[in-house]
Write a protein that binds this ligand. Structure first.
Ligand SMILES: Cc1cc2nc3c(=O)[nH]c(=O)nc-3n(C[C@H](O)[C@H](O)[C@H](O)COP(=O)(O)OP(=O)(O)OC[C@H]3O[C@@H](n4cnc5c(N)ncnc54)[C@H](O)[C@@H]3O)c2cc1C
Ligand code: SF4
Length: 441
């Protein structure tokens, strides 16, 4: 599954896969525990509406190809979702086994088994028949999960789709951000290769708004999908923040995953500032890199944290300490600049050589806001119709984090909805067996 251009010697290679792919025997054994519930609550809980009992039953009967087709119809990004979805609060959390305090079905691991089996044999691209070219052209801005889903579905339906990605490495946060113990860069790129194999043209190193004008894309295409995600890490704006040893979390994780030779040297104590999932991810990554002391500093109490309780539980098991009611006031440095600690509003100083700031990401307002009719809400998100992704501009659609999403699976569903919305707006009737018809509305 190794895509050619992956940089060597990356720090993420030191982090082990937390849920390795099942063997066929393990997959069949787990599949056979499923009760194939009528009105299955796991389907309702999946944002894309994958027919979970059907794909599990197909694994149980040895029809892995049919299983992968059932998954990927409803969610073309079913591979990454199998690996990165917070299943504990989605499908697995809804499994009826929980009601009897029995171990729920490992839906994510079964899904990974089915899709990965198809991807490694090169069979995934042969699952769907493509519609003949329909003469319509669509551009997608950004090569993250939202655009990749939108582009893949449209390509299968006969659209000519070009994706423009400003980074050299496509995949969005699936490639540059998700924790390596869930999915490494290789996994993210393998999924991009699958979307490419459906006929999508993905051009990397092209920033829309700098290398290509957005209004030119709108002029030259029948529709444009905006899936640009969010901007750079937010900063605290406190004294001592600029300088070595203090970094934004998303930027740090990107280096961990992608930068050849990146290392965390001379760090005995690290703090992560924030209480969300990115903060917990960064803390777990530092702990797994064997930094002896890793603390999370959160300004309120544990009950107020937006990060998942199950993730915090894992972080603690790996040695991460949570310090509650910890509001950073300034960073402390040696006269020559080296970071020595962070002082809190209550006067406590937490010693550290590395501080990772995980308090959110900025918004990429400017790009979309230049188009007439495209509105931005008070939170800096693009306003888009929940069912079609349509904005106030007739040719422009949007989805993913740029419209307020927070997960890969919601970005994938946004992409599918926008693909349907674009087909409808352009008068293209979906085939009876179009994968775009599968899953939730
Ligand atoms: C550190 C971290 C860990 C996460 N872990 C998980 C997880 O485990 N599970 C989960 O479900 N979700 C996770 N998320 C959230 C998830 O990654 C996002 O919700 C999802 O990636 C959003 O997809 P997207 O396509 O909207 O945006 P993105 O994934 O951000 O992709 C947007 C793409 O657009 C590109 N782009 C931006 N501007 C331009 C431009 N002008 N021209 C061309 N290209 C442009 C960007 O370079 C990027 O590749 C995580 C987020 C972070 C920050
Ligand atoms: S709820 Fe659990 S047992 Fe029922 S169909 Fe879904 S995975 Fe199977």
């Amino acid at each position: 599954m190794t895509p050619g251009s992956l940089p060597p010697d990356r720090l993420e290679e030191n982090l082990a896969d937390a849920k390795p792919v099942y063997s066929q025997a393990d997959a069949v054994t787990e599949a056979n525990r499923c009760l194939y519930c009528h009105d299955a609550p796991c389907i309702t809980a999946c944002p894309t509406g994958i027919d979970i009992p059907t794909f599990i039953r197909k694994i149980g009967t040895g029809n892995v190809k049919g299983s992968a087709k059932a998954i990927l119809s409803a969610n073309l990004l079913g591979y990454s979702c199998a690996r990165v979805c917070p299943v504990e609060v989605l499908c697995v959390g809804a499994c009826v086994y929980n009601e009897w305090e029995r171990t729920p079905i490992a839906i994510g691991r079964l899904q990974r088994f089915a899709v990965e089996s198809q991807m490694t044999t090169g069979g995934a691209a042969t699952l769907f028949a493509k519609a003949p070219a329909n003469g319509k052209k669509v551009a997608c801005v950004g090569a993250g999960p939202a655009s990749l889903a939108c582009a893949g579905y449209l390509a299968l339906e006969g659209f000519a789709v070009t994706v423009y990605e400003k980074r050299e490495m496509p995949g969005g946060l699936n490639t540059s951000g998700v924790a390596p113990y869930k999915m490494d860069v290789e996994g993210g790129l393998a999924e991009v290769a699958f979307i490419r194999s459906l006929g999508v043209d993905i051009r990397t190193g092209v920033m829309v708004g700098r290398d290509v004008a957005l209004d030119a894309l709108v002029r030259d295409h029948d529709a444009v999908f905006i899936g640009v995600g969010l901007g750079a890490d937010s900063t605290l704006g406190i004294p001592g923040e600029d300088g070595p040893g203090v970094t934004g979390a998303v930027a740090w994780i990107e280096r961990l995953k992608l930068e050849p030779g990146f290392a965390v040297l001379g760090v005995m104590r690290a703090v992560v500032i924030g209480g969300g999932n990115t903060a917990i991810d960064a803390a777990r990554e530092l702990a797994q890199l064997e930094i002896p002391e890793v603390s999370m500093l959160y300004r309120r109490g544990e009950a107020d944290m937006s990060g998942y309780a199950h993730e915090l539980h894992h972080a603690r098991a790996e040695g991460v300490r949570l310090i509650e009611r910890a509001q950073p006031a300034r960073f402390e440095r040696e006269p020559h600049g080296a970071l020595t600690g962070v002082t809190l509003a209550d006067g406590r100083t937490i010693a550290c050589e590395l501080a990772v700031v995980a308090i959110g990401q900025g918004r990429l307002r400017d790009l979309a806001a230049q188009l007439p009719g495209v509105a931005i809400d008070a939170k800096g998100m693009i306003k888009a119709d929940a069912l079609t992704g349509a904005t106030g501009h007739g040719k422009v659609f949007a989805g993913g984090d740029a419209i307020g999403g927070e997960l890969v699976v919601t970005a994938a569903q946004d992409g599918k909805r926008a693909a349907r919305g674009i087909a409808q707006a352009l008068g293209i009737e979906l085939r009876a067996d179009s994968p775009m018809r599968a899953g939730h509305e």
